[in-house]
Ligand binder design. Sequence first.
Ligand code: URA
Length: 443
Amino acid sequence: VTRHPITPAERLLTAIEAKRAGRSLIPEVISSIIHDYTAGRIPDYQMAAWLMAVTCQGMDMAETLALTRSYVDSGDRIDLSSVRRTVVDKHSTGGVGDKVTLFVAPVVASLGVGVLKMTGRGLGYAGGTLDKLESIPGLRMDLSEQEMLAVLEKTGMVITGQTARLVPADAATYALRDVTGTVTSAPLIAASIMSKKIAAATSGAVLDVKFGSGGLVDTYEAAEHLATIMVELGAACDLPCVAVLSDVHQPLGRAIGNALEVREALEALRGVEVPGFSELARLLAGLMLRLADPGLDERTANERVRAAVADGSALAVFQAWVAAQGGDPRCAEEPDSLPRAPYREVVTAPTSGWVHAVDARQLGRLSVRLGAGRLAHAAPIDHAVGLIVRCRIADQVHTGEPIAEIHMRDGDRAGAQDAVRAAFDIRPQRLDPLPSVHRVIGM
Ligand code: URA
């Protein structure tokens, strides 16, 4: 009897049943699933069932590594051999108000270490660096690999959208995960992020793994688990990584929304201390320097970071980089050249006391509703709108004092005021500030 050769669909069905029953899959099976799916030989419904089985049953380290390698092999790797500097990368799992890349990239580049950062659009309530940067008039975020290398060579840094040939299997799988409730699985997140870091082929990456209502995962334990897997994947694929576990129960810094965040990052680059932002941003920049030069101690790295801000060299790199990518470098000196919303509403404290919560997720959602993010795939966004949050957890406030500003185009001003107030929990008891960084893994 001649047996028909096993088809991709039959092979995947066996894998779905095995994973559903909690068994581990061998690397060859995982790589054929990813290969077949990327080649269009597996229907979305079957892939979705497999992703759900993985989300429910998990993956061990060998499976996660096989998935990561299969993702990487689905596309090209960036060839950095022509770049004369050591180049490092940085990634954040995303958080409301996270504009750290805009600060760390020019700081690190001004200190002689190259920064290559491919970045994405906003997802859900967390904004994306690509959307934020597009508020700079003219700035191109769609560089080819050749243009990317040229900007990196010229200015020491490059931030651009992901090229189409980089990990296409992740792009396809992510879109499916987004609509099938399978985004939050730790091995799927780790493989998705790390495959892109590995394919970017830098000398190392600093990972900012955030937990809290404004981030991808809610708890410290989940963030620690995710960070540990990512650092291990990096080690197994010759990409040294350091992970920082940071808190995003409240927004990062004060600004939420695209141009507002660019302005705030520029303030920090000009030496203004931004509560809830500057300290974390300096720590991440210092870790990037130390990844590039393992002999560098923590104190010296931190001193260099502060000096690059104080003497204006980081801001100068930012300007040169904006110009190299076709943007208007005036934004660095005249922040008012960035888009501005026509209305500004001040929200005041309804009562006196201490701030116990500033719910980052609620504020992120409100910012999306104001127009700063998307409610539908590929919808246009409004770069001018968003929020400025004037206080942080543990601050004391008095009735009638400003606690936030809403930057809006039009619409229901009273409704927006109520939504902002609902994100604040003000109580009579004093409390201690939250630490912003809880642990560094891998250094
Ligand atoms: N960011 C990614 O790139 N992938 C994920 O799975 C989650 C966040």
